[in-house]
Ligand binder design. Structure first.
Ligand code: PEP
Ligand code: MN
Length: 266
């Protein structure tokens, strides 16, 4: 994935959406797929606000085994229905090698979560898939470890990789994680892959999502991934960091002027 071997930047196609081109890619949707009604109202809201790709977790990596673990296959079916309704391509996390074939069949982009960034068997498995991969940075991974994880996917045959900075663990626990803005230009300097940012998990609080998203775009990110829920206070996961569809529309509006300032569009 190094730029030494390929000096020109890669553009990764997700359905009909190009990630890494002049136009920024905006991924939005709920943390977890919870119900048909929740997902469809969210999907329609983010589409209306101008999102390019719909997110939603069906297999959730949760800290506690007693928290909502996701709807699994039913969640994948609901995501496919939301794509049918809105035309938006979908991204969802694949948490285990046993889920890869099914998720590869249903989704347009396979997400490797932060907690699995160095699950080498999983990296190899998605490296054998025909769908692009969204590789999140591990919560305690160095930039080098993150880029080497991408190399595992590429070495297994899949060069369609998008990197995602989502915050790391530091001594400061004020926010959920510490957003590593510097990782964006470094990853772009060292690899030819598109790099996006996830300000939702980085901040853990809805009020800080917009400034981190704007900063990421100013620093050269090729897009953002933002969690949106029609009723954040009722979300089964990550409610405190989820934006309502109207707050998301406001962020999209603000992103446009920053994008323009750095020669990009939304
Ligand atoms: C997610 O995107 O829902 C998620 C669990 O993110 P991360 O792996 O970055 O924690
Ligand atoms: Mn989440």
């Amino acid at each position: 994935v190094s730029r030494e071997g390929r000096p020109e930047r890669s553009v990764v196609r997700v359905g009909d959406v190009e990630v890494g081109a002049e136009k920024l890619a905006v991924i939005a949707g709920p943390c977890s797929v919870e119900s048909e009604q929740q997902l469809l109202s969210c999907a329609e809201g983010v589409k209306e606000a101008g999102a390019d790709i719909l997110r939603g977790g069906a297999y959730k990596p949760r800290t506690s085994p007693y928290d909502f673990q996701g709807l699994g296959e039913e969640g994948l079916r609901l995501l496919a229905a939301a794509r049918e309704r809105t035309g938006l391509p979908i991204v969802t996390e694949v948490r285990d090698v046993r889920q890869v074939a099914l998720v590869n069949e249903c989704a347009d982009l396979l997400q490797i979560g932060a907690r699995n960034m160095q699950n080498f068997d999983l990296l190899k498995e998605v490296g054998g898939c025909d769908k692009p991969v969204l590789l999140k940075r591990g919560l305690a991974a160095t930039i080098e470890e993150w880029l080497k994880a991408a190399e595992h996917i590429a070495a297994a045959g899949n060069l369609n990789i998008i990197l995602c900075e989502r915050g790391i663990r530091t001594f400061d626990t004020t926010l959920r994680y510490t957003f590593d803005l510097g990782a964006i230009p470094v990853a772009k300097a060292q690899t030819h892959l598109p790099v996006i940012a996830d300000p939702s998990h980085a901040s853990g609080q809805a009020e800080y999502v917009a400034p981190l998203a704007l900063g990421a775009i100013a620093a050269g990110a090729d897009g953002v991934m933002i969690e949106v829920h029609p009723q954040p206070e009722r979300a089964l996961s990550d409610g405190p960091q989820s934006l309502t569809p109207s707050a998301f529309a406001e962020v999209m509006h603000r992103l446009r002027s920053v994008a323009q300032a750095v020669g990009r569009s939304v």
